[in-house]
Design a protein around this ligand. Structure first.
Ligand code: BGC
Length: 821
């Protein structure tokens, strides 16, 4: 048996780990069938030399009889801040044969204690009231006397920060750090900067953007009034270990110098204005005269505690070329980037100094080929929206891309361009949380492949440190949109750490009453408005999915009290005399009208989630060894189930809530149908879909339940007909209209990049490829393989990288036989 893919906290050789007991995982590989691990021995050492001598001076587990190979909690000597740990593991198989030691892996701890932070927060402006001003540039000269062995930077700059050493940017992150509720916690970022520093003179530089931390735009969600809103500020600490073993720490403080430069305006939702005439050539290198700069001012620390950013950072993940450029009106050029995405342009231009180019971004064009921003801009007041401005310095070819904003778009309108732009004048920089792929799905039906591709694009471009509803209009963490696609996210990407981060955002946003807002993080908006159970249940559905699909129960442990408080809040404040709940939204944006009520009453949909939440809580309590709670919530679940069936089930007809697709799908998927009635209800669901000419008649909640219910009742033939429709309403109709991402509404009237209908990707994996985690062996410790061999499909190929290794399913028809590998 070969032991490989060692991971700490789901990551390869991470640095800046701040989990007190980091969790260690590995995968096993063997050519022979029926192999399994029966024991392991883990060594964790404080140096590679000790590990090479097989000395686990931090932790030597000895031989542990266990089949566990994922997420083993470190339980060795107490780890201190910045501790380096290297580790390896060997295993024994079911014949008792001992493996070789794995290759070594490592992790490094971050700054664990508040008083590890010796640096001071600094700012350009300590004004009482936050205002949006040109981006500050900070600079510090530094002489290092000796050769350097290693160096780490720990930094947090709010809203966004970029760090420089000797003229080069540190790392490839953009828009760091991720958005959190800043008065509860702020995330710091760790970089290995060993190779960037040198003996002798060094220059450190920082640029700060406003981000959502300092948004002055008046929008529907009141971020401009957020209690944590403040002027940009930064803290940076570089720990240097010299070759001779001595150490030095470099800190931000009032000895840093500050000025403003070319970024004259920046705002996440509005855009960035850059005046190249104001550039500061060489500002972050040696030999620059900073005598005109002023001293930085000490700033108040944000109220939140410092935590390490353990989710994948936002990055530029690829660069797109435009497919066309048209002159929509004289001097107004519209670039078609060929697809919808998130990010910004890279502009190349030559022209006279002072020429201003205005770039606007949109998902739609009008009949004359001009851009159409009307729908997305309607939520904001007082400022331009999705608009960048670039002013030339007039020095030959100039290349520019924004730093502190991002847009959702396919088309770019360019005004003021000197001369005529060409396809070489603009590139598209794709920007989002840089997930790694965890799955691929392809089949013989090209339409399905296209839907899968649109889903992948919508998923990643709706993740910028937290999951968003849409990247162009709102950029809000609407909770309902996210939980509908959590499984799709986990099949396709390494999204677990990002969700774990987001679940802590829930914890920080939850009120003492137990209520949670409908967008998370928020600046305070969204509690009163309340989307209700169909949205809030993200707080239970997502941790449970992470447990089921990754075998990770820490997210349940971390959020258990909050999950419970939420359900108790519903029981206490929202339950009616029947034991049901009726608040917030139900199934949202179905095809024929945008209110929730025609597909199922809100009380029905909300109560279905109330039931599902109680079941999750009962199971979680059992898992965490809390029998009293488990009993309490099992009883609650039974009570809700009974109440739903009493009010909504027509036993004679086999129908729930009038028998809509949404209602029947929920009953089967959320599983509140009495077992004796399941077949009858299943028949009715199929009949209802037939009646609708094999088309979906549901919104984001309904479609997930319907497709997964059809899988559960073994009617994937019906689900396949729905999935491959090309007339309205269907995913196929979107594709026929030219969609390259998923849309918000079936009729395409609103956003052209919403992820919430992306739950269909879960159905591709679970029904067509038939890959699923065994419910009693979470995290794919045992895998269920049960593909549906759909008549109209010739082949399916899918792979999912589980925590235990890859699962591959490939089936095909040919020469009168069906082959499954
Ligand atoms: C968002 C949705 C969200 C909904 C709920 C919309 O504005 O874009 O995706 O879930 O509001 O009200």
């Amino acid at each position: 048996m070969i032991v490989r893919e060692l991971a700490c906290e789901h990551l390869k050789n991470p640095i800046g780990v701040d989990a007190v007991a980091p969790r260690l995982s590995w995968q096993l590989e063997d050519d022979k069938r029926n192999q399994s691990q029966t024991a392991y021995r883990l060594l964790v050492a404080s140096s590679q030399a000790a590990l090479d001598r097989n000395e686990g001076d931090l932790w030597d587990t000895g031989k542990v009889e266990s089949d566990q190979s994922t997420l083993i909690e470190y339980a060795g000597r107490k780890l201190c801040s910045r501790q380096y740990c290297c580790w390896k593991v060997k295993t024994w198989d079911n014949t008792g044969t001992e493996s070789e030691w794995s290759e070594a892996a490592s992790w490094e701890m971050g700054l664990l204690q508040p008083d590890d932070w010796k640096a001071q927060w600094i700012t350009a402006d300590n004004a009482d009231e936050p205002i949006v001003q040109p981006a500050p540039f900070f600079r510090k000269q530094l002489a290092l006397a000796k050769p350097i062995r290693s160096a780490r930077s720990y930094s947090c700059g709010l809203g966004y920060h970029e760090l420089y050493i000797n003229g080069s940017k540190i790392g490839d992150h953009v828009l760091d750090p991720a958005f959190t509720r800043f008065d509860r916690r702020v995330l710091y970022v760790t970089h290995d900067v060993t190779a960037m520093l040198q003996q002798g003179e060094n220059i450190l530089g920082v640029i700060l953007g406003n981000g959502i931390f300092n948004q002055d735009l008046q929008c529907a969600w009141d971020f401009n009034k957020a209690p944590w809103r403040d002027n940009p500020r930064v803290i940076l600490q570089i720990h240097i270990t010299y070759a001779d073993g001595s150490e030095e720490t470099v800190l931000t403080g009032p000895d840093w110098k500050v000025t403003t430069g070319p970024i004259v305006f920046d705002a996440t939702r509005s855009g960035e204005h850059y005046d190249a005439r104001k550039e500061l050539p060489g500002w972050n290198s040696t030999g620059y005269d900073d005598s005109a700069w002023t001293q930085a001012q000490p700033a108040q620390a944000p109220k939140g505690v410092m935590q390490s950013q353990m989710l994948p950072p936002i990055k530029v993940t690829r660069t797109l070329k435009p497919v066309a450029v048209n002159e929509a009106q004289p001097g107004v050029f519209v670039f078609d980037m060929g697809r919808n995405f998130t990010g910004w342009p890279r502009l190349k231009v030559s022209g006279p100094a002072g020429t201003e180019i205005v770039l606007k971004y949109a998902e739609k064009i009008d009949s004359k080929g001009g851009i159409d921003q009307s729908e997305i801009a309607s939520f904001v007041k007082g400022r331009e929206f999705q608009t960048d401005r670039f002013t030339l310095k007039g020095a030959g070819e100039e290349t520019w891309e924004p730093r502190f904003t991002y847009h959702g778009f396919r088309w770019i309108e360019v005004r003021g361009f000197p001369g005529k732009p060409t396809l070489e004048s603009i590139e598209g920089r794709v920007v989002h949380t840089s997930f790694e792929s965890r799955g691929t799905f392809r089949c013989s039906n090209e339409l399905i492949n296209k839907i899968q591709e649109c889903t992948l694009w919508s998923y990643v471009t709706n993740f910028h440190g937290y999951p968003t509803d849409c990247p162009q209009r709102e950029k809000n963490g609407w909770t309902g949109d996210a939980h509908c696609v959590v499984e799709a996210g986990l099949y396709n990407f390494n999204a677990e750490n990002a969700y774990e981060k987001w679940m802590l955002d829930f914890k920080h946003e939850q009120r003492d009453t137990g209520a949670v807002p409908c967008i998370i993080p928020t600046g305070g908006w969204g509690y009163e408005w309340g989307s209700g159970l169909c949205w809030d249940s993200a707080y239970l559905v997502i941790p449970w999915a992470i447990y089921l699909y990754r075998g990770d129960k820490r997210v349940l442990e971390q959020n258990y009290e909050g999950m419970k408080r939420y359900v108790d809040f519903v029981t206490r404040e929202k339950e009616d005399r029947r034991g049901l709940v009726d608040f917030g939204l139900g199934d949202w944006v179905p095809p024929f009208g945008d209110a929730s009520d025609y597909t199922a009453p809100v009380r029905y949909s909300a109560s279905g989630f109330y039931y599902q939440d109680a079941v999750i809580l009962a199971n979680t309590a059992k898992l965490l060894g809390k029998p009293d709670d488990s009993e309490k919530y099992t009883k609650l679940a039974e009570k809700i189930k009974k109440a739903i069936n009493n009010l909504y089930y027509d036993k004679i007809a086999g129908l729930y809530a009038g028998g809509t697709q949404t209602a029947l799908g929920a009953a089967l998927c959320q599983d509140f149908v009495e077992p004796s009635q399941r077949r009858k209800v299943a028949r009715q669901l199929v009949a209802e879909i037939k009646q609708a000419k094999w088309r979906i008649n549901a919104g984001l909640i309904g479609i997930k339940h319907i497709m997964l219910a059809l899988n559960a009742i073994d009617r994937n033939d019906v689900a396949f007909r729905i999935a491959t429709q090309t007339t309205f309403p269907s995913w196929g109709w979107w594709i026929e209209q030219g969609a390259t991402t998923l849309w918000e509404n079936w009729d395409g009237t609103s956003s052209r990049n919403h992820i919430m209908m992306g739950s269909i990707s879960t159905w591709f994996y679970e029904a067509l490829a038939g890959i699923r985690p065994a419910p009693d062996q979470p995290g794919f410790k045992h895998v269920v393989i049960r593909p549906s061999f759909i008549k109209d499909l010739d082949w399916v190929e899918a792979e999912h990288q589980t925590n235990h290794g890859p699962v591959r399913v490939s089936w095909q028809r040919g020469q009168g036989k069906l082959t499954l590998i």
